[in-house]
Design a protein around this ligand. Structure first.
Ligand SMILES: [Zn+2]
Length: 231
């Protein structure tokens, strides 16, 4: 046997330390590419979608807020539930809840008045005409929508009557109805041939000889007078 055969295996050189496994400098896996693909997808599709959705949500929140505010204002002015149903997109159950909360009572039941007759009676005609003059003025002088003009004109009507010490004879529901009657051509606004004021009149009546209720009050007008009525 030769010694060399038993000679120990050469020791590793002093100082030669085992190298920690070198981290891969480059990721050969396609994960990197996948990620950049995802990034691209997120970049291309994600944010605009998200922003649009957020804007959409904000828009719908604002729109809903406006509807609720409109409903509250109408309830405070004494509008019937049918007016809220016609003028807002809020569901019936929501309006009912809102009505009870704001008015502190259940809404009155029954149909809305459908006749134009009420507006032609002497006293109501003066109230309706006063309101309609404000409404028409607001429609011409500003770009607010019809419902906002009804609300503002009705508030002006209430203020005017308060200053004159006259009780309001026309509800906001009637005022709303009046505007719709004029819109659909059942009633119109005529100029009085004597005082030149604008008054609510039947649409089919000839305006040539029209004389308003103030210039030509009915004989019984002053007899059943109440302290806060027009006289
Ligand atoms: Zn007149």
């Amino acid at each position: 046997m030769s010694l060399s055969a038993t000679s120990p295996a050469p020791l590793p050189e002093a100082g030669a330390q085992a190298q920690p496994p070198t981290p891969q400098q480059q990721d050969p896996s396609p994960a990197g590419n996948q990620r950049s693909g995802l990034d691209r997808r997120v970049r291309d599709v994600g944010p605009p979608d998200g922003i649009e959705r957020r804007q959409g949500e904000r828009r719908s929140l604002l729109a809903e807020n406006r509807q609720i505010n409109l409903a509250i204002t109408l309830i405070q002015l004494g509008a019937r539930l049918q007016v809220l149903e016609a003028e807002t997109k809020l569901p019936y159950e929501r309006l009912l809840k809102l009505y009870k909360e704001v008015a502190g009572k259940s809404p009155p039941k029954g149909q809305l008045p459908f006749s134009t007759d009420w507006f032609m009676a002497w006293q109501p005609n003066i109230h309706a005409s006063l309101f309609y003059n404000y409404y028409e003025y607001l429609q011409k002088a500003s770009d607010i929508d019809s419902m906002q003009a009804i609300i503002k004109a009705y508030q002006m009507y209430l203020r005017e009557l308060q200053m004159a010490g006259v009780a309001p004879a026309m509800s906001i529901t009637r005022a709303w109805r009046l505007v719709r009657f004029v819109d659909c051509g059942m009633l119109s606004s005529s100029t009085c041939t004597r005082c030149k004021g604008q008054f609510i009149n039947h649409a089919f009546e000839l305006p040539k000889h029209y004389v308003c209720g103030l210039c030509s009050p009915p004989a019984r007008a002053g007899k059943a007078r109440t302290p806060d009525a027009i006289h």
